[in-house]
Design a protein around this ligand. Structure first.
Ligand SMILES: C[S@@+](CC[C@H](N)C(=O)[O-])C[C@H]1O[C@@H](n2cnc3c(N)ncnc32)[C@H](O)[C@@H]1O
Length: 247
């Protein structure tokens, strides 16, 4: 039996706190005591006088004001940079785990004319197993309005939406190649399914990036298992993400 209280407890906590304070609350009350460190409360991006970083910081502030974004500043910057630097790699961009569209908006700010395929249930997490319960994850968590996200991204060009549980929704992109894939699905099974689908479709030099490698054991296990027999190293970032460059 899991040592963590489950769905009903977290539903109460979620409904009591305004969403803007939820992330901080979770980190202090749930995450920090279990891991005994304060890494997750940091993540400020130093700009070292660099104009591109300063500009990104402004964009990020606007996105945070417009929607709820579940990323540290440095994590958001990793996505931005990965999208920028893979412009020269052939293929489309995909994200699985869109929620309210914050990370997708970051991708849009860097992608140029590239096509972006966005996958989400928009009804929250599908099935959650015991390995995923270290954070307050439960089925249905992170439900978001499909219409609102579409509306939020309506002025960004070449953006395509696929509603439902991935990989059931992957049909339309089966023949595509990808230069950048951002995963933010929180659980073991979803991460495993995403890796199985996207790995063989990544162009050489393309980047597979995932949130929560350091904070969600299911995500870590899915990556470590999948890449254990493969050439590519899994690079842990200074935030909670990991990234893999396809060879
Ligand atoms: C933490 S949220 C994503 C946060 C978002 N990337 C951001 O930075 O604001 C996780 C999302 O993954 C979605 N999700 C998880 N597994 C999925 C699957 N197999 N298919 C589709 N969506 C999935 C959930 O619906 C949820 O919206």
């Amino acid at each position: 039996m899991s040592m963590f209280p489950k769905k009903n407890f977290f539903l109460v906590v979620d409904s009591l706190l305004p969403s803007k304070y939820l992330l901080k609350f979770r980190k202090f009350v749930f995450f920090e005591p279990f891991l005994g460190n304060d890494i997750a409360t940091r993540g400020r991006l130093s700009h070292y006088g660099d104009e591109e970083r300063k500009k990104f910081a402004k964009t990020l502030k606007i996105i945070r004001d417009e929607t709820e974004l579940l990323l540290e500043d440095i994590e958001a910057y990793h996505i931005f940079m990965a999208v920028k630097r893979t412009q020269k790699v052939p293929g489309d961009i995909a994200e699985v785990g869109v929620y309210k569209g914050g990370s997708a908006k970051i991708i849009c700010s860097a992608k140029g004319e590239k096509h972006l395929h966005l996958f989400d249930t928009f009804e929250g997490l599908p099935k959650v197993e015991d390995i995923d319960m270290v954070w307050p994850f439960y089925e249905g968590k992170f439900a978001a309005s499909y219409d609102r996200v579409r509306d939020y991204l309506k002025n960004d060009c070449n953006v395509f939406f696929y509603k439902g549980i991935f990989p059931g929704t992957s049909g339309p992109v089966k023949e595509k190649k990808f230069s950048l894939v951002n995963l933010d699905v929180d659980t073991y099974e979803s991460t495993k399914q995403c890796l199985e689908f996207f790995y063989s479709r990544m162009s050489p030099g393309g980047i597979l990036l995932s949130h929560d490698y350091m904070t969600a054991p299911g995500v870590k296990k899915a990556f470590d298992d999948f890449f254990s027999g493969k050439t590519e190293p899994v690079l842990e970032t200074a935030g909670s993400q990991c990234l893999v460059v396809k060879m």
